[in-house]
Design a protein around this ligand. Structure first.
Ligand code: NAD
Ligand code: 89Y
Length: 352
C-alpha cells in the first residue's frame, strides 16, 4: 500500500538549512513519502533564494502567516533558525498542533528548554532536537560496537574534536557569541559522550580563548564522571593548527575490560581485543550526491538523522534526541560553563 506523504514546513532558510532541505529532497526522491511544502524566513532574500533553489512556491516572511495559510495541512515543522527564535517559534508550532524538529543549541537556557518541552507535551506534539553528530556514520558505528558488548564494560573514554577550520566564514554569528565552542560544538561532543557512556554525575571544565578576533572561548577541556563509574575526557578546539585538519571529525577512544576501540582520523575504527589482536574497519560515510568537502560527515548525518526522524514518525516512537533527552545534553553545557567559571566540579541538572 502507498504510504501517506508526510508534509512539513521549514522555518529558517539560512546556511545550515540548505543541508536539511537537500536531505528532505533525497528522502522524497527515495520514495520515503515526505515533502517540504512551505518555507519561512524573515529575510526576504534568503526566502527567495530557497524558493527558487528548491521550487517551493509557498514562502512567508512571518511564521504566523505560514501556519494560518496551512492550518490543518501540515504534519511537522523543521525549525532551522538560531537559538534566540526558539522561545517564540516552538510554542507557535505547538499551538498549531504540528510535530516539531528544532535545531541545536535548543532554547537558550534550561529554564526555556523546560518550558518549551512542557508546552509541546501539553499540546500533544512531539519535540525532536536536530542533534546529528551521534548520527555521523563513524560515530554511530563506534557507539554500536560498544553497545554490542564486544569490548566489555567500558571504564575510560575520550572524545576529541580539534581543528583550525574557519567556521566563522559561513557562520559569522559564532565570532560574536559570548559563549562559543562549548555551546556551538561542545554540545555535540557532549551528546556523543552521553550516547556512549550514559548520564553524567559530575564534571569539571577549563576553557580559554586563543583567537583574539572572537568574543567567546575557542578551547575547552572537560572531565566527566558518568553514573556507571566511567570517566571520560571531552576536548574541543577551534584553535588547533594541523596540516591534515580533521574538521569536522570527532576522534574517539574507549577502553573496556575486554578490549579497546579507537576511532582514528579518516574513518578508521580499530577494535582491539585482550589477546593483542586488532580488527580494522573502514567507517567512511556514504556521501550524499550534494555533499561537499569537508562537510561530508555532517551532511551525511543530517540525512541519517532525518531518515530516523521520519521512520520514528511513521512508527509513532520517540526519537533518541527528543526534547527531554536533549535537556540532559544542554545541562552538561550549562554545567561546563559553571565549572569553567568556578574551577570546581559541578553536578549537572537532569530531566526528572
Ligand atoms: P543562519 O543565520 O545562516 O540562518 C538562520 C536563518 O533563520 C536566517 O536566514 C534568519 O533570517 C532566519 N530566522 C531567524 N529567526 C527567524 C524567525 N523568527 N522567523 C523566520 N526566520 C528566522 O544560521 P545557520 O548557520 O544556518 O544556523 C542555524 C542553526 O543551525 C544554529 O542554531 C546552528 O547552531 C545550527 N547548526 C547546526 C549544525 C549541525 O550540525 N547540527 C551545523 C551548523 C549550524
Ligand atoms: O555550528 C556547528 C555545528 O553544529 O557543527 C559544526 C558547526 O557548523 C561549527 O562548529
Amino acid at each position: 500500500t502507498q504510504q501517506r506523504t508526510v508534509r512539513g514546513a521549514l522555518i529558517g532558510c539560512g546556511f545550515f538549512a540548505e543541508n536539511q532541505m537537500r536531505a528532505w529532497r533525497d528522502l522524497h526522491e527515495m520514495g520515503k513519502g515526505v515533502e517540504i511544502v512551505a518555507l519561512c524566513d524573515r529575510d526576504p532574500q534568503r526566502l527567495a533564494y530557497f524558493r527558487d533553489l528548491f521550487g517551493v512556491e509557498a514562502a512567508y516572511t512571518e511564521a504566523e502567516t505560514l501556519f494560518a495559510a496551512f492550518a490543518g495541512e501540515l504534519d511537522f515543522v523543521d525549525i532551522a533558525t538560531t537559538t534566540p527564535s526558539h522561545a517564540a517559534l516552538v510554542p507557535l508550532a505547538a499551538r498549531h498542533g504540528v510535530d516539531i524538529i528544532c535545531q541545536k543549541p535548543f532554547a537558550g537556557s534550561l529554564e526555556n528548554a523546560s518550558r518549551l518541552i512542557a508546552q509541546c507535551s501539553a499540546s500533544r506534539v512531539s519535540l525532536g532536537i536536530h542533534e546529528n553528530f551521534r548520527w555521523q556514520h563513524a560515530v554511530r558505528q563506534t557507539i554500536e560496537t560498544l553497545r554490542s558488548g564486544r569490548i566489555g564494560r567500558p571504564f575510560f573514554g575520550r572524545i576529541s574534536y580539534r581543528s583550525g577550520f574557519d567556521v566563522y566564514a559561513a557562520q559569522p554569528y559564532l565570532a560574536r557569541a559570548e559563549r562559543f565552542i562549548l555551546e556551538d560544538l561542545g554540545i555535540h561532543v557532549l551528546d556523543i559522550a552521553r550516547a556512549l557512556f550514559g548520564e553524567v554525575a559530575r564534571l569539571s571544565c577549563e576553557t580559554t580563548r586563543i583567537n583574539a578576533a572572537i568574543a567567546g572561548e575557542d578551547v575547552a577541556t572537560l572531565m566527566l564522571q558518568h553514573d556507571d563509574g566511567i570517566t571520560s575526557v571531552v576536548d574541543c578546539s577551534y584553535a588547533t593548527r594541523l596540516a591534515d585538519d580533521p574538521f569536522p571529525q570527532s576522534l574517539i577512544e574507549v577502553d573496556g575490560v575486554h578490549g579497546s576501540l579507537r576511532l582514528r582520523q579518516d574513518f578508521v575504527l580499530e577494535i582491539h581485543d585482550t589477546g593483542g589482536h586488532c580488527v580494522v574497519q573502514t567507517v567512511r560515510p556514504e556521501p550524499p550526491a550534494w555533499s561537499e568537502s569537508p562537510w561530508v560527515p555532517i551532511q551525511a548525518s543530517v540525512l541519517a538523522f532525518q531518515a530516523d526522524w521520519l521512520e520514528a514518525y511513521r512508527q509513532n516512537r520517540p526519537i533518541e534526541t527528543r526534547g527531554e533527552d536533549n535537556y540532559n545534553t544542554l545541562a552538561l553545557v550549562e554545567a561546563a560553563y559553571e565549572a569553567a567559571a568556578t574551577h570546581q566540579s559541578v553536578i549537572p541538572e537532569r530531566w526528572n
